[in-house]
Design a protein around this ligand. Structure first.
Ligand code: ZN
Length: 277
């Protein structure tokens, strides 16, 4: 690989979960030193810390907070449990505001065994209950459609088409979509749906990694860009043609990479980003 200019990293962001063995303080310091420009903070990385302090640290190191992961998980068996889910999401929004994060990513949830339509209704009701709070805190909500293999427990929203339809139905400028190549690469309608989302001004986030073939683990075997079969550059092109100008967020859950030296992994992320994204 021929190294490119450092300016090519201007839109590179990394999710803290990607380097899970590091504390958020270590992640911030090491990302900044590697020339990474953004960071999406997972809520568990904030445990025992004041989000305001972490936000100051991030900005002090010259990084941009690109988002918080994650809220959602709206469907539940009882009205009380669904209300508790909304309250938990309100706490997540408070953390976003304190951290200075522009967007909260929503993994919308699914109650195993509950009909898809019922799950979708409960997701929509949860988002509608949350939106006034999001608007008052000036934090956007991004629905992240997940790969259909997670439809049983993690998200009844498995297609960007469904996310577009729900955003259209709710019609709030504070609600949009997180496009993750891992979840959406297989969709033959992807280009059309990304264009529709762009047209409506709802392309909020772009998550990248790769889909290894075969997967050794359905959750924690995501590949580094270039290790799998996703057309990451092609999907990035769809995003850019649809008006997206935001960060490219590296989000990798990988038992294999978490077991490696994280400084080496970070170096590989930067190289892979330049070569394959
Ligand atoms: Zn994602």
């Amino acid at each position: 690989m021929t190294p490119r200019k450092l300016t090519d990293l201007l839109k590179l962001s990394i999710h803290t979960i990607t380097t899970k063995p590091w504390s958020v303080e270590e992640a911030v310091e090491n990302y900044a030193r590697a020339g990474v420009k953004g960071i999406t903070v997972w809520r568990q990385a904030l445990e025992g810390r004041k989000p305001e302090t972490v936000g100051k640290l991030i900005r002090g190191c010259g990084l941009t907070v690109t988002g918080v992961a994650r809220g959602g998980f709206f469907p539940a068996a009882t009205a009380r449990a669904r209300q508790q889910a909304v309250e938990e999401n309100r706490r997540a929004l408070e953390e976003c505001a304190a951290l200075g994060a522009p967007v909260l990513v929503l993994v919308c949830g699914a109650l195993p065994g509950q009909a898809v339509q019922k799950n979708l209704e409960q997701i929509q009701a949860g988002i509608e209950a949350l939106l006034p709070h999001a608007e008052s805190r000036e934090v956007k909500l991004a629905i992240e459609p997940l790969h259909p293999m997670y439809a049983d427990t993690r998200s009844a929203i498995v297609k960007i088409e469904t996310a577009n339809a729900m955003c259209g139905s709710i019609a709030s400028p504070w609600l949009g979509i997180a496009v993750d190549v891992y979840h959406l690469w297989w969709d033959p309608d992807l280009e059309h749906e990304i264009a529709a989302a762009g047209e409506a001004g709802r392309l909020f986030c772009f998550h990248i990694c790769d889909w290894k073939t075969p997967l050794e683990d359905l959750l924690n075997d995501r590949g580094l860009m270039g290790e799998g079969i996703c057309d990451i550059r092609g999907i990035r092109g769809m995003m850019e043609r649809s008006g997206f100008t935001g960060f490219h967020e590296v989000e990798i859950f990988s038992n294999r990479w978490w077991a490696a030296d994280q400084h080496y992994f970070l170096k590989k992320i930067v190289e892979a980003y330049l070569a394959h994204s």
